[in-house]
Design a protein around this ligand. Structure first.
Ligand code: HEC
Ligand code: HEC
Ligand code: HEC
Ligand code: HEC
Ligand code: HEC
Ligand code: HEC
Ligand code: HEC
Ligand code: HEC
Ligand code: HEC
Ligand code: HEC
Length: 316
């Protein structure tokens, strides 16, 4: 064994030693010589555009490779590829995947450390909710959703692509969005993140606004009021009548009127008994009209409340 090989061996050992404590806890930062000397140039010597799943070109189209922005991995003094993949000198020698952070669950870095690579730069902004969110608790990694090396760009930032990633895990919601009445997510007009903070939020179901109604008002402002005649359940919770994702009934309803309304309103002494037969002509009612009228909302059209001076019964 010549001197050069001995030195190399020592370096590999050293890098191994440096890697070990990193994996154990986020203790001491890795030694400088655990990193390659030439950064991306070294990596790209082997990982070029020929690779089937990974193209360096895609990375260089995105924000992470902006050399003019010193906050990015490629800004002045940045660690480039190793800002995310961790120290890579040992890997550049061994060419073994086990010597680098691959971001896969079987890599040597713990989940916390892998996410920590990203959070080191991104803790500040929209990740403030991350440590309270269901996704961190469920053991998701940043790259469960984000893709850094995709030619088409990060799917999370594209309305049409984002829901596909989310629905890959949330199968029940996939079914919901296929129903006849649904928020236009499938058409690419809306994304899950219009209503949810994927990084976590203090609201139930990680909604973007503190309450369900406020979330709905961000687009359906007309339902907020103020109204002269409020319909109590509307001000209370839209989901008393609507499902957020999709429904087989008209207008995302949880039930079809009159059943919807009759959960709370009795039919006694009222035209609504039309549907029960009590208002058939024999009973003094105009059954035919009611069959045509169909439902409560044909008369009580202002189901979300009314601003008409005589709108108390939500009919105008
Ligand atoms: C001398 C050639 C060479 C250099 C230099 C090199 N790599 Fe690799 N890299 C490889 C080979 C070969 C593999 C596949 C290893 C395997 O499958 O076990 C690989 C695998 C990887 C993987 C895992 C891919 C996967 O899906 O398993 C990542 C991530 C990676 N390299 C990143 C880097 C980074 C970052 C650098 C620069 C710090 C770098 N490589 C430098 C040859 C190299
Ligand atoms: C901003 C963070 C970041 C930077 C910078 C970065 N990568 Fe990656 N890389 C990732 C993540 C995360 C993955 C996991 C797969 C994914 O998200 O697409 C990955 C995956 C890879 C893979 C494996 C791809 C596969 O699945 O086959 C290779 C190889 C790789 N990166 C090499 C590089 C090289 C070389 C550089 C520098 C030119 C680099 N990366 C820069 C975050 C980064
Ligand atoms: C060395 C710092 C650094 C690291 C490490 C880093 N990023 Fe970034 N990232 C940035 C900067 C700077 C921007 C650009 C921010 C801006 O323009 O406001 C950015 C942008 C982004 C964006 C938005 C992209 C866009 O096109 O708008 C996403 C998503 C992102 N990073 C995810 C990640 C993930 C996931 C990781 C870990 C795999 C990661 N980042 C690692 C610095 C970093
Ligand atoms: C469950 C999927 C999911 C996971 C996991 C996830 N993100 Fe995101 N991320 C999104 C979505 C969706 C957006 C775009 C909409 C938004 O900002 O809420 C986004 C946007 C971003 C952005 C760009 C916009 C901004 O706020 O600056 C950055 C940076 C980012 N994420 C970093 C991270 C980091 C770091 C992690 C891991 C700690 C992470 N994300 C984990 C879904 C996810
Ligand atoms: C890798 C799988 C995976 C991906 C991708 C994913 N999620 Fe999740 N999500 C989970 C798991 C696991 C949970 C926690 C268990 C549960 O509630 O089902 C969860 C929980 C949630 C919750 C419920 C939170 C609560 O407090 O009840 C919402 C909302 C959610 N995810 C939305 C999204 C959105 C939006 C996206 C895409 C931007 C997304 N998820 C992507 C796995 C995933
Ligand atoms: C129009 C707003 C809106 C959109 C768009 C939306 N959601 Fe939701 N989502 C909600 C509301 C509101 C809840 C809470 C339901 C409740 O508590 O009654 C919820 C609940 C959830 C839950 C928690 C489980 C449950 O049913 O309580 C998951 C998971 C979820 N959404 C995933 C998604 C995914 C994935 C997408 C995109 C494909 C998405 N959502 C799009 C509003 C929305
Ligand atoms: C990001 C904007 C946005 C948010 C937030 C939002 N919606 Fe919508 N909503 C839409 C759009 C867009 C449509 C489709 C309108 C169209 O097709 O012309 C729609 C349609 C509807 C419809 C009619 C559906 C049909 O089939 O006729 C109902 C009911 C509805 N939303 C209720 C809600 C409720 C309840 C919430 C809160 C949980 C909510 N929306 C949050 C944008 C939003
Ligand atoms: C008491 C039940 C009930 C509640 C609570 C309710 N809605 Fe509705 N909503 C309906 C009914 C019934 C329809 C269908 C009206 C029709 O067929 O003309 C409807 C239709 C809609 C529509 C589509 C037609 C239109 O008026 O634009 C939207 C959007 C909507 N509701 C939003 C909301 C929002 C936002 C909330 C919460 C602030 C809410 N609804 C609360 C019963 C309700
Ligand atoms: C979740 C329960 C709930 C549902 C569902 C519901 N309502 Fe109501 N509604 C109320 C409450 C509570 C009031 C206020 C009662 C009061 O002031 O006596 C009210 C008031 C009304 C009023 C005005 C009554 C008055 O005396 O001023 C009308 C009309 C009405 N609702 C019609 C409907 C129709 C039509 C539907 C179905 C589309 C419906 N409601 C669904 C709970 C509900
Ligand atoms: C053919 C028209 C028509 C239909 C259909 C109809 N209503 Fe009414 N409703 C009325 C009229 C008229 C009043 C009395 C208004 C008044 O007293 O000023 C009324 C009053 C009410 C009131 C207030 C009760 C009170 O004591 O003042 C409620 C609640 C109500 N309707 C609910 C419903 C429900 C629920 C349905 C469906 C099951 C329904 N209505 C169907 C016409 C209708």
């Amino acid at each position: 064994m010549n001197i050069r090989n001995k030195l190399l061996g020592a370096l590999v050992l050293l890098a191994g030693l440096v890697w070990q404590p990193m994996a154990a806890a986020q203790a001491a930062p890795p030694a400088a010589d655990a990193y390659t000397k030439k950064g991306a140039d070294t990596c790209l010597g082997c990982h070029d555009d020929e690779s089937a799943t990974y193209t360096a070109g895609a990375l260089f189209k995105g924000k992470h490779a902006q050399r003019g922005d010193k906050r990015t991995p490629f800004g002045a003094g940045g660690l480039q590829c190793e800002a995310c993949h961790g120290p890579g000198a040992a890997h550049a020698r061994s060419k073994k995947a086990r010597d680098i952070n691959t971001f896969r669950p079987d890599t040597r870095m713990s989940l916390e450390e892998r996410n920590g690579m990203c959070l080191a730069c991104h803790e500040g902004t929209s990740r403030t909710g991350w440590h309270a969110g269901a996704h961190e608790r469920a053991g998701l990694a940043c790259n469960s959703c984000h893709k850094i090396h995709l030619d088409r760009g990060d799917p999370m930032l594209r309305k049409a692509a984002q829901p596909q990633v989310c629905l890959g895990c949330h199968k029940a919601q996939r079914t919901d969005f296929l129903k006849t009445s649904a928020h236009p997510v499938r058409e690419g007009r809306m994304a899950c993140s219009d209503c949810h903070s994927a990084h976590g939020s203090a609201a139930p179901a990680m909604l973007v606004k503190p309450t369900l109604n406020q979330t709905c008002f961000s687009c359906h402002a007309d339902k907020r009021g103020p109204l002269l005649w409020e319909h109590e359940p509307v001000a209370e919770d839209c989901s008393l009548c609507h499902t957020p994702h999709g429904s087989v009934r008209n207008a995302l309803l949880t039930k079809t009127p009159p059943l919807l309304c009759q959960q709370c309103h009795s039919t006694a002494g009222h035209p609504s008994v039309a549907r029960t037969g009590a208002a058939l002509p024999a009973n003094g009612g105009n059954g035919a009209l009611f069959v045509v009228a169909g439902s409560c909302t044909n008369c009580h059209t202002q189901v979300h409340g009314s601003n008409h001076p005589s709108g108390a019964k939500l009919m105008r």
